[in-house]
Design a protein around this ligand. Structure first.
Ligand SMILES: [Zn+2]
Length: 247
């Protein structure tokens, strides 16, 4: 018997200057990606966030009218913890985001505004692996982001965007999907891990509603386990793993 060979993850290329992260909800980036983002902003790279919703349907005990503004504030603080100051909201409705032309158009417009070479998003697949079902919001936003990376470069798909002054941007070279069960690449999580903990901890209202555990213990345990999970395929180093689609 021979041990099954474990395929190693490749280092995510760093030949880029601007990244745009597009996700459905406040906390989607902090539950996994933000250690990588902290390392990138340290290195002088620009990263901006676009969120499809304000996460207003995320806390059972809070009315969406109260929850939305609160989670927006928490998201801005969590972005600042990893060096990100641009956070935009597309105002789709939390929990019922529809995959379709409106979403593709909004994300294509964001890509044209920010002109990134790297686009990040969260798992667009039906599951997190095995039988852990994903949510329809993540699937819709992930798929629409992969599509919009191409839409942004085509003048004729959403011609109204150019009429609004948003010229085509065909410079997205990769879309990196976090939380995928089929990762291909990774980023060393060690330098950014402490700020990633601070960043996730900024979602305090959400976390306190989610668990009875001490928030800092919960956050540290979660991020340590998730980055350690990728280590055996990344030379033993804790890592943030991505499934990368090149363009
Ligand atoms: Zn989410």
């Amino acid at each position: 018997m021979t041990e099954p060979k474990i395929t190693q993850l490749q280092p995510l290329p760093d030949d880029w200057q601007r990244a745009l992260a597009v996700v459905a909800h406040p906390d989607d980036l902090e539950y996994g990606c933000s250690a990588a983002i902290a390392a990138w902003t340290d290195a002088g790279r620009e990263v901006a966030y676009v969120l499809a919703t304000r996460g207003e349907a995320g806390i059972d005990t809070l009315d969406p009218a109260v929850c939305g503004p609160l989670r927006e504030r928490e998201q801005r603080a969590s972005a600042a913890a990893v060096g990100v100051t641009t956070v935009e909201f597309l105002d789709h409705r939390d929990g019922v985001i529809e995959y379709g032309l409106a979403l593709r158009r909004d994300i294509a417009a964001a890509i044209r505004r920010h002109r990134p070479e790297l686009v990040l998003t969260l798992n667009h697949r039906d599951t997190w692996g095995g039988v852990a079902w994903n949510t329809p919001d993540h699937v819709a936003v992930g798929r629409a982001t992969l599509d919009a990376a191409a839409d942004a470069g085509n003048r004729w798909i959403f011609p109204e965007l150019a009429e609004q002054g948003l010229e085509p941007w065909n410079g997205v070279r990769r879309v990196a999907v976090a939380g995928s069960s089929s990762p291909t690449h990774a980023v060393d999580a060690t330098p950014g891990l402490e700020r990633a903990v601070r960043s996730l901890l900024e979602h305090r209202t959400y976390i306190e509603a989610l668990t009875k555990q001490d928030p800092e213990t919960y956050v540290r345990d979660f991020l340590t386990a998730s980055t350690q999970g990728a280590a055996e395929r990344f030379g033993g180093k804790p890592a943030v793993a991505f499934e990368v689609f090149s363009r």
